[in-house]
Design a protein around this ligand. Structure first.
Ligand SMILES: *[C@@H]1O[C@H](CO)[C@@H](O)[C@H](O)[C@H]1NC(C)=O
Ligand SMILES: *[C@@H]1O[C@H](CO)[C@@H](O)[C@H](O)[C@H]1NC(C)=O
Ligand SMILES: *[C@@H]1O[C@H](CO)[C@@H](O)[C@H](O)[C@H]1NC(C)=O
Ligand SMILES: *[C@@H]1O[C@H](CO)[C@@H](O)[C@H](O)[C@H]1NC(C)=O
Ligand SMILES: *[C@@H]1O[C@H](CO)[C@@H](O)[C@H](O)[C@H]1NC(C)=O
Length: 507
C-alpha cells in the first residue's frame, strides 16, 4: 500500500482536548444510545444514531511484553494521538476487541466521550472466548465477561457489548451459538442485577451464506431476556467499484429486513481492490439501506500485515494516513442519512429458526454458570485431582476416567440442548467430579483414588454456606439427590437417561 506522508495538523483540536481532559474526578457524561425497535437513538433528543465506526485495536506484533493483546483504551497518549484522525474520519463509534480488566480506561473513555465517540467492546479476549470447536459457557468465561462489564459500565459512552465474534462460522459448528446466546442472556441479566444502566448486548457474526439468515433469526428471536439487543455482521462483499445490486448488499438488505433489532456492519471494507475507495459508504447510508441498517464499522484503523489499515504508525509512534483514509473521510463527509423517530419504528417479533441440515443450534440454552455450586461441589468430593497436576495434563485424565464412568454430568450438547449439571464448572471441578464418582462407585477405597498419584483424597466436608447452595440447587432440580448417583439435569428424566448414555467427550 502506498503511503501518503502528509501529516495533518490539528493544533486547534489538541487545544480543545487538553482543556477538557483537565477536569479530573468526575466522568464525562454524554447522552447514552438506546435501542428502540430496529434502530439506535440518542436518549437525550430522540435523533436516530447511525454508527460511523472504526475498528480500533493494534495487533501484538509490535508488543515487547509478550501480552496476548494490546488494550486500545488503556494508553492515553495513544488515544490522544489518534483522536484527531478519528474525528477527521467523522467517527462516532470505536469497536475494541479485547480490554484488560485490571487497568483503568478512564482517561481514554473520557477523552472519547468528550468528542462524542462511543465504544462497542467485545467481552472476550484471545484466550477467553467461546471456542467454536468445543463450545462452553462456563464459570471462567462468565467471570471474564462480567469483569469487562464491571470495568466499562460506568461510562455513558459505552454503546454496547459484543458477547462473541464469528463463533459459529459454518454449518459444522452452529451448536456453538447456543453457548453464545446463553452469554447474551447472562450478561443482560448481570447488568440488571448490578443495577447498571441498560447497556445493549449483541453479537457479531461472519457472513456465511449457508447459515447467515438462520443465525440472525436465532440471535434475534425469543424472550427479551435472552435475545440480542443488536446484531452485527462482518461484511466484505463490496470490493472496489460495485453497486447495491451487484455487491450483494441488496440481497442482504432483503434478508435482514425482518430482524427486530438494530443491525449494522460490525466490520466492513473489502481490500481485494486497493486502495479502498469506500464507494459503498454512500449506499450504506442511503435510503436503500437505512430502513434496515444502522451504519457500519470500518475494519480497521491500524495498518498491519493483513493490509486493512487506514493509517500507519512508524517506530517513533508517528501517524501517517494512507490513501484509504482520505477516501473514507471523503465518502463519510458526503452522507446525510434520514432520521427516523422513535414512534415510527415497529418492534416486530421473530420466530426462532427451525433446525435443518445447516442450522443445528438448540433454543434450549446452557444454564447460567454458578461458581458457588462448583466450589461447593468440589469441597464435598471424597476424591479430587491432585494439586500438583498441571491443567495441561487434565485432557489425558478426562479421556481415561470418561472411559470408566459416565461423563454426562460434565458434558454438553448445543444441538440437543442437553447440558450436564456441572458442565459449566472449571476443569478442576469437573475432573474431580469424575474421579470422585469412580471412587464412590468402587466403594470408597483409598486405592481407588490414586490414578498413579493424579488423584488424592479430598476433605468431603461441606461448609454451612455450601449446604444451602447445594440444597437450593437440588430443590430447583439442578442437582440429583447424590452427586455420585448419575446424571440429573433441569430437564426431564428422558433427557436424563439420554445424558447417561453419552460417554464420548473431547477436550
Ligand atoms: C441530539 O443529540 C446529539 C447528542 O448531543 C446531537 O449530536 C444531535 O445533533 C442532536 N440532534 C438534534 C436534532 O439536535
Ligand atoms: C462506578 O461508579 C460508582 C459510583 O460513582 C463507583 O462507586 C465505582 O467505583 C465506579 N466503578 C468503576 C469501575 O469506575
Ligand atoms: C468449518 O470450519 C471448520 C473449522 O472451524 C473447518 O475445519 C471446516 O472445514 C469448515 N467446513 C466447511 C464446510 O466450511
Ligand atoms: C419478512 O416478513 C414478511 C412478512 O411476514 C415475509 O413475507 C418475508 O418472507 C420475510 N422475509 C424474510 C427474509 O424472512
Ligand atoms: C448431540 O445431539 C445431537 C441431536 O440429538 C446428536 O445428533 C449428536 O450426536 C449429539 N452429539 C454428541 C457429541 O453426543
Amino acid at each position: 500500500m502506498q503511503l501518503i506522508n502528509k501529516a495533518i495538523t490539528f493544533s486547534s483540536l489538541f487545544g480543545l482536548i487538553q482543556a477538557n481532559s483537565d477536569k479530573s474526578g468526575t466522568d464525562v457524561s454524554i447522552p447514552t444510545i438506546e435501542v428502540v425497535g430496529n434502530k439506535f437513538f440518542y436518549s437525550n433528543n430522540g435523533s436516530q444514531f447511525y454508527i460511523r465506526g472504526v475498528a480500533y485495536q493494534q495487533d501484538t506484533s509490535t508488543s515487547t511484553t509478550g501480552a496476548t493483546f494490546i488494550d486500545p483504551l488503556a494508553d492515553y497518549e495513544a488515544c490522544k494521538r489518534d483522536l484527531p484522525y478519528l474525528l477527521n474520519l467523522h467517527t462516532n463509534v470505536l469497536r475494541v476487541y479485547a480490554v484488560d480488566t485490571t487497568v483503568s480506561h478512564k482517561k481514554c473513555m473520557d477523552l472519547f466521550a468528550t468528542h462524542g465517540i462511543y465504544i462497542i467492546a467485545d467481552l472476550s479476549q484471545p484466550s477467553e472466548s467461546v471456542n467454536r470447536d468445543s463450545p462452553a459457557w462456563d464459570v471462567p468465561l462468565y467471570k471474564r465477561y462480567t469483569d469487562v462489564v464491571d470495568a466499562l459500565s460506568n461510562y455513558t459512552n459505552v454503546l454496547g457489548f459484543f458477547a462473541g465474534n464469528e463463533v459459529s462460522n459454518n454449518a459444522s459448528n452452529t451448536d456453538a451459538s447456543a453457548f453464545v446466546k446463553a452469554a447474551v442472556r447472562d450478561v443482560k441479566s448481570y447488568v440488571k442485577k448490578q443495577g447498571y444502566r441498560t447497556i445493549p448486548v449483541g453479537y457479531s457474526t461472519n457472513d456465511d451464506a449457508e447459515i447467515r439468515v438462520q443465525m440472525a433469526d436465532y440471535f434475534a428471536c425469543g424472550d427479551q431476556e435472552e435475545k440480542v439487543d443488536f446484531y452485527g455482521i462482518n461484511m466484505y462483499e463490496w470490493c472496489g467499484t460495485s453497486t447495491f445490486e451487484k455487491s450483494g448488499y441488496k440481497d442482504r438488505t432483503d434478508e435482514f429486513r425482518n430482524i427486530s433489532v438494530p443491525v449494522f456492519f460490525s466490520e466492513y471494507g473489502c481490500n481485494e481492490v486497493r486502495p479502498r475507495e469506500f464507494t459503498d459508504v454512500g449506499t450504506l447510508y442511503s435510503s436503500k439501506m437505512t430502513d434496515v441498517w444502522s451504519g457500519g464499522i470500518v475494519y480497521m484503523y491500524f495498518e498491519e500485515a493483513n493490509q486493512y489499515g487506514l493509517i500507519t504508525l512508524d517506530k517513533s509512534g508517528h501517524v501517517s494516513t494512507l490513501e484509504d483514509f482520505n477516501y473514507l473521510r471523503s465518502e463519510l463527509g458526503k452522507i446525510s442519512p434520514t432520521s427516523a423517530t422513535k414512534g415510527s419504528v415497529t418492534a416486530t417479533s421473530l420466530a426462532c429458526p427451525a433446525e435443518d441440515e445447516y442450522w443445528r443450534a438448540s433454543t434450549d440454552l446452557p444454564p447460567t454458570p454458578d461458581q458457588d455450586l462448583c466450589s461447593c461441589s468440589l469441597q464435598g468430593f471424597g476424591c479430587v485431582v491432585s494439586d500438583d497436576i498441571k491443567s495441561e495434563d487434565y485432557g489425558d485424565l478426562f479421556g481415561m476416567v470418561c472411559g470408566l464412568v459416565d461423563c454426562g454430568d460434565i458434558s454438553t450438547n448445543g444441538t440437543s440442548g442437553e447440558y450436564g449439571m456441572l458442565s459449566f464448572c472449571d476443569d478442576k471441578t469437573k475432573l474431580s467430579f469424575l474421579l470422585n464418582k469412580y471412587y464412590e462407585n468402587r466403594g470408597k477405597h483409598s486405592t481407588d483414588c490414586s490414578f498413579d498419584g493424579s488423584a488424592t483424597l479430598g476433605s468431603a466436608k461441606q461448609h454451612k454456606t455450601c449446604q444451602a447452595v447445594l440444597s437450593s440447587a437440588s430443590a430447583s432440580g439442578r442437582l440429583g439427590s447424590s452427586t455420585a448417583g448419575g446424571s440429573s439435569t433441569s430437564r426431564s428424566s428422558a433427557i436424563k437417561s439420554r445424558l447417561s448414555m453419552s460417554t464420548t467427550i473431547t477436550f
